[in-house]
Design a protein around this ligand. Structure first.
Ligand SMILES: [Mn+2]
Length: 428
């Protein structure tokens, strides 16, 4: 991560908010994300666990956070454990945080080396009734919470087993849903870097380029502007490839007369931007592309004002489905009979619009929160209607990032999105 935080205030606040939510006599144990082997002696690029980062600001592996809350308000302990610097390791992999650095970054006064965690856990466990641990969700491996948290072979395992296990994740999720000013600032930075990449593509795209050349250009702009890279695998899909919703091969030629759908977002300070744009490879929309693009754009613009407190993704999905279906009828993509025969579970519009319209955004590109989560001020979501017509080699999606408010704030309001704006930006 290139970004270095300047203040620990945000993390201190997050720690205190978590402590306030804990039951009395509780022990919290959290672990940094594991390092994933790639091949041979290589590892995948390290990405900190989002919850761990949210509470500590520490972007380093082999760390633990232990919080203990007694029955009095004054009885709390916050302990951070980090990897001990090892001269030989540092020669190969670079400097590790010192105890002082880790304390300054996290705002946690007591920082120890990781090998001491066992003693602390076993000292605090007998004084506790509850054990909060998080089990990694959507994890590709079957890891139970105990093994994940390295608690299985502690000599006080029997004490830990007697504690009431409680879900840590749901407490942190509730906190992460509402973004602080600091987080909005980070997300704005991710968005503005994403804009730079979009403008660079508008400024140089031409027929017969390869999809990966566009990807390379986006990557270059991200890195040049201080992002750690892509927040997710970018989709650079020309023509019919745009109809494969999770297309990431990005290895085909961009043909004259086709549209290019790009779904890309920078990651800055571990925060994601998530943008989709659809532009003509040769700089000019054909009449048919123009009509279809305008249909999606109309729905997109009608949806943005819906990101107000009290609404839900579920309700927004219903509106986008309804409005896109109306467009599909107008465009004769669907017949009246097809629409009538649609059911709640399988509405007619699903033929050309198969995905959801929105998800939460933050440290994770698909951030915490679900379709029923009631919007509150300060939540951040995407808005991404689309139309995909395989038989016409056309896939269109337009996506922006929005802060929920009485007047929703479109973070990408200054990205070219109108047909005229896009064509003007591509004219050269
Ligand atoms: Mn998205």
């Amino acid at each position: 991560m290139k970004y270095q935080p300047i203040s620990a205030d945000f993390y201190i606040e997050n720690q205190q908010n978590l402590i306030a939510q804990l039951a009395d006599n509780s022990l919290v144990i959290m672990q940094s994300a594991p390092v994933f082997p790639r091949n041979g002696d290589q590892f995948f690029h390290y990405r900190q666990d989002s919850d761990f980062f949210y509470l500590t600001g520490i972007d380093q592996e082999n760390c633990m956070l232990i919080i203990w809350k007694g029955s009095q308000k004054t009885e709390t302990k916050i302990l951070l454990f980090i990897q001990k610097a090892d001269k030989n390791q540092e020669i190969w992999y670079g400097r590790k945080l010192s105890l002082y650095d880790a304390s300054k970054l996290s705002g946690i006064e007591t920082v120890k080396y990781i090998d001491e965690y066992k003693d602390w856990v076993c000292n605090l466990a007998p004084k506790s009734k509850n054990l909060y641990v998080s089990k990694p969700k959507n994890h590709p491996f079957e890891l139970d919470a105990f093994n994940y948290n390295r608690l299985s072979n502690l000599h006080c395992r029997n004490v830990l087993d007697s504690l009431r296990i409680r879900d840590l994740q749901e407490l942190i999720e509730a906190q992460r849903l509402i973004k602080s000013d600091f987080e909005i600032q980070q997300m704005n930075k991710a968005v503005s870097i994403t804009k730079q990449a979009y403008l660079a593509v508008l400024n140089s795209l031409k027929p017969n380029q390869m999809e990966y050349e566009v990807e390379a250009q986006i990557t270059a702009e991200f890195l040049r502007n201080g992002a750690s890279g892509h927040a997710y695998e970018p989709i650079i899909a020309g023509g019919v490839n745009a109809c494969i919703l999770h297309y990431t091969d990005n290895d085909k030629v961009l043909k004259n007369g086709d549209l290019l759908l790009m779904d890309f977002g920078a990651e800055y300070g571990n925060y994601a931007a998530d943008c989709s744009r659809t532009i003509p490879v040769n700089g000019t929309f054909s009449p048919r592309q123009r009509t279809l693009y305008q249909a999606v754009l109309d729905v997109y613009k009608r949806l943005i004002p819906l990101f107000v407190p009290g609404n839900t993704i579920e309700a927004i999905n219903k509106m986008s489905g309804k409005w896109l279906e109306e467009k599909m009828l107008e465009l004769k993509l669907l017949s009246i009979d097809e629409v009538k025969n649609g059911t709640e579970e399988s509405p007619a519009y699903k033929k050309y619009f198969m995905h959801g319209t929105s998800h939460f955004l933050g440290l994770d590109v698909h951030d915490v929160g679900n379709k029923q989560t009631v919007f509150q001020k300060g939540m951040v979501l995407t808005c991404e209607p689309g139309i995909y017509i395989e038989e016409e080699n056309i896939g269109i999606r337009i996506e922006t990032n929005i802060i929920v408010d009485n007047q929703p704030i479109d973070l990408m309001a200054d990205f070219p999105v109108e047909i005229d704006e896009i064509e003007a930006a591509m004219m050269r």
